[in-house]
Design a protein around this ligand. Structure first.
Ligand code: 4AZ
Length: 271
């Protein structure tokens, strides 16, 4: 969610308007002359990503089929997403769409939601804890992402190359993508991110992107995965615009919520 759009989001009443307000994201590259972009010709050129490589990438849609957020499979019965995506709609109005790279097709599965868990302490993306787990009716047929090992912080080391995935906007305020897209973004250290955002909380958030901007998540990508290999390290949460210099994407730090996610994802195993 963009920092500036939060105020207008608060003003909209009704679930459908709220959906429309969050419904505008994906992976973006706004500055094609930027050096960071020059390393990312596939994002600049808008090439799609493949679900063969990232089968756990799914999206959330309203009952009319309109994509409004990303999410990620964490077990055969559950997906993780941003809390601000889960709060935007009543559970009976959410659909989880898995196995569909192109939103214009009927590929894959569309599952309804039987339960929404929202993290304790969630209030607003800029205050952290922007994570929710949705339990689906039926079974997801696609491989889940791995969760980070809390004993191994290496995936969060500054400079680690991560991949962000989504169907959101391809430019700040621009069109949403029909295809799944991906971008490579390096993890940013806590000190740097704190100087980019006063609200940054290293316990519950992690930043990724280039100092010069140009490669980023954007509106509509919220709730979608930031992965290192197949390990889920972040969920798209917020940012000041998309791809701006000095304003990287801010992600929910998944390692802080592994126990919660496992409890929601595998209730019969863990009680
Ligand atoms: C949004 O509004 C949003 N550049 C998501 C991610 C970012 C900005 C806005 C990060 O959903």
């Amino acid at each position: 969610m963009s920092v500036k759009s939060r105020r207008s989001l608060l003003l909209v009443s009704g679930a459908l308007l709220a959906v429309a307000a969050v419904a505008v994201p994906v992976v973006v590259n706004t500055a094609s002359a930027d050096p960071a972009s020059a390393n990312q010709p596939r994002i600049v050129g808008g090439n799609k990503a493949s679900l063969d490589d990232h089968p756990y990438a799914v999206y959330l849609a309203d009952t009319g089929g309109n994509q409004y957020c990303g999410a990620v499979i964490v077990s055969s019965t559950a997906v993780a997403t941003a809390a601000h995506c889960a709060k935007a709609v009543a559970k009976q109005d959410v659909r989880v769409v898995a196995g569909r790279e192109d939103k214009r097709t009927n590929d894959g599965q569309v599952l309804s939601v039987s339960k929404i868990w929202i993290s304790k302490g969630y209030n607003d993306p800029t205050q952290g804890n922007d994570i929710a787990v949705l339990t689906v009716r039926g079974q997801l047929d696609y491989r889940p992402a791995k969760l980070p090992d809390s004993g191994d912080p290496s995936v969060y080391r500054e400079g680690t190359q991560a991949t962000v995935l989504g169907w959101g906007r391809v430019a700040d305020g621009g069109d949403r993508s029909d295809y799944l897209r991906s971008a490579q973004v390096p993890v940013i250290g806590d000190k740097d991110c704190n100087s980019d955002y006063d609200v940054y909380d290293p316990k519950t958030m992690v930043c990724a992107g280039y100092a010069d901007g140009g490669v980023d998540a954007c509106q509509g990508d919220s709730g979608g995965p930031l992965v290192v290999g197949d390990t889920l390290i972040g969920l798209v949460s917020f940012g000041d615009g998309c791809g701006k210099a000095g304003k990287p994407g801010v992600y929910t730090r998944v390692s802080a919520y592994v126990d919660d996610i496992q409890q929601q994802a595998n209730p019969r195993l863990l009680g």
